[in-house]
Design a protein around this ligand. Structure first.
Ligand SMILES: O=c1ccn([C@@H]2O[C@H](COP(=O)(O)OP(=O)(O)O[C@H]3O[C@@H](CO)[C@H](O)[C@H]3O)[C@@H](O)[C@H]2O)c(=O)[nH]1
Ligand SMILES: [Mn+2]
Length: 367
């Protein structure tokens, strides 16, 4: 049987995990998650107009950052944080002081499993992150570290210790995360299929990472979880999580880390407007036909041993090889460097910026 991360004392990760929520709407959805979230610290990234007051339901421990906070804390480096796009959520990853991050959209609710039981998505993500991954050899019985499963015959014993898990990618019942063209041709399609499986995405294989139900180990892969330049003033949107997913997967493969997908499910309630989505993502739909081969072929130097070093190497390749598609990629490659610099300022052990304050915060007991 596989080992859980040795350093874990409290498997609930109550004091080692932050929940990051990007929002431009409201946080009423938290009422449904209260039994599962109330013991965790929330980092709310308020997008859009900072003068708008977002109501945070009573009884949660949270810090809330709006655009004024981002500009104050990062100064000129705030230019790397998107505005008017869910990509802004990555600012929450940067300011969190915890080892694990779970990010969820404000239109994602508690789903039920086939027995009708409420799914504690956070608990499942934690299990996924605390058990190893199997990126080097596919286990046909899926997650071998799960209760009641194991490695199948023929699985090399030399590989059964697995790799540290960096990312846990959850899925969605009801509204699936489809691109705009698919949404347009299948407006009524709902995902009713609950697949009871968690699997490691094999080394060398990319995947479309969706940011709406996602958890990761900040210490292992945090600096690569940049959601890019999207939304206001940018030629593309709704490729924030995709970009991050391609970058983290190449780096996880290089560093021998694992990425899991499957359980847990959440209930995605709101279909965003497919016409608005088409306007945001259409360039990405044809650009990605060149971007994917780029990520499939990129080779990171063996001297790149840290996530930051890998990410900076990747930014050079982006500037060199993708700028021919559009000048946007020159800007994006520079923003990747700015992100790493800002990350270092806020996350270095001796960081002076660590005393930054959000514009709003609250504690669970505050009445
Ligand atoms: O300008 C904005 C728009 C939205 N948000 C917040 O981001 C999430 C996701 O928003 P929404 O549910 O409207 O969008 P979806 O199309 O369902 O999201 C999926 O597409 C990806 C696009 O990037 C996204 O990561 C997926 O989850 C909500 O919490 C909004 O409040 C925002 O902050 N700014
Ligand atoms: Mn949504």
């Amino acid at each position: 049987m596989a080992s859980v991360e040795p350093s874990i004392v409290d498997p609930s990760l109550r004091d080692q995990l932050d929940i990051v929520i990007p929002t431009i709407r409201n946080l009423d959805f938290l009422e449904m998650w209260r039994p599962f979230f109330e013991n965790y610290h929330l980092i709310i990234v308020q997008d859009g107009d900072p003068s708008k007051t977002i109501n945070v339901p009573e009884g949660f421990d949270y810090e809330l950052y709006n655009r004024n906070d981002i500009n104050r804390i990062l100064g000129p480096k705030a230019s790397c944080i998107s505005f008017k796009d869910s990509a802004c959520r990555c600012f929450g990853y940067m300011v969190s002081k915890k080892k694990y991050i779970f990010t969820i959209d404000d239109d994602c609710f508690v789903a039920k499993d086939p027995t009708g039981k409420d799914i504690n998505a956070l608990e499942q993500h934690i299990k996924n992150l605390l058990t190893p991954s199997s990126p080097f050899f596919f286990n046909t019985l899926y997650d071998p570290y799960r209760e009641g499963a194991d490695f199948v015959r023929g699985y090399p014993f030399s590989l059964r210790e697995g790799a540290p898990t960096a990312v846990s990618h959850g899925l969605w019942l009801n509204i699936p995360d489809y691109d705009a063209p698919t949404q347009l041709v299948k407006p009524a399609e709902r995902n009713k299929r609950y697949v009871d499986a968690v699997m490691t995405i094999p080394k060398g294989t990319l995947f479309p990472m969706c940011g709406m139900n996602l958890a990761f180990n900040k210490d292992l892969i945090g600096p690569a979880m940049y959601f890019g330049l999207m939304g206001d003033g940018q030629p593309i949107g709704r490729y924030d999580d995709m970009w991050a997913g391609w970058c983290i997967k190449v780096i996880c493969d290089h560093l021998g880390l694992g990425v899991k997908t499957g359980l847990p499910y959440i209930w995605h309630s709101k279909a965003s407007n497919p016409f608005v989505n088409l306007k945001k993502e259409y360039k990405g739909i044809f650009w990605q036909e060149e971007i994917i081969p780029f990520f499939q072929q990129v080779v990171l130097p063996k001297e790149a041993l840290t996530v930051e070093q890998c990410y900076l190497e990747l930014s050079k390749h982006v500037k060199e090889k993708l700028s021919t598609i559009d000048p946007y990629f020159t800007k994006l490659s520079e923003a990747m460097v700015t992100w790493i610099e800002a990350w270092g300022e806020l996350n270095a052990p001796d960081s002076k910026a660590a005393d930054y304050k959000p514009s709003r915060s609250g504690t669970r007991t505050a009445k």
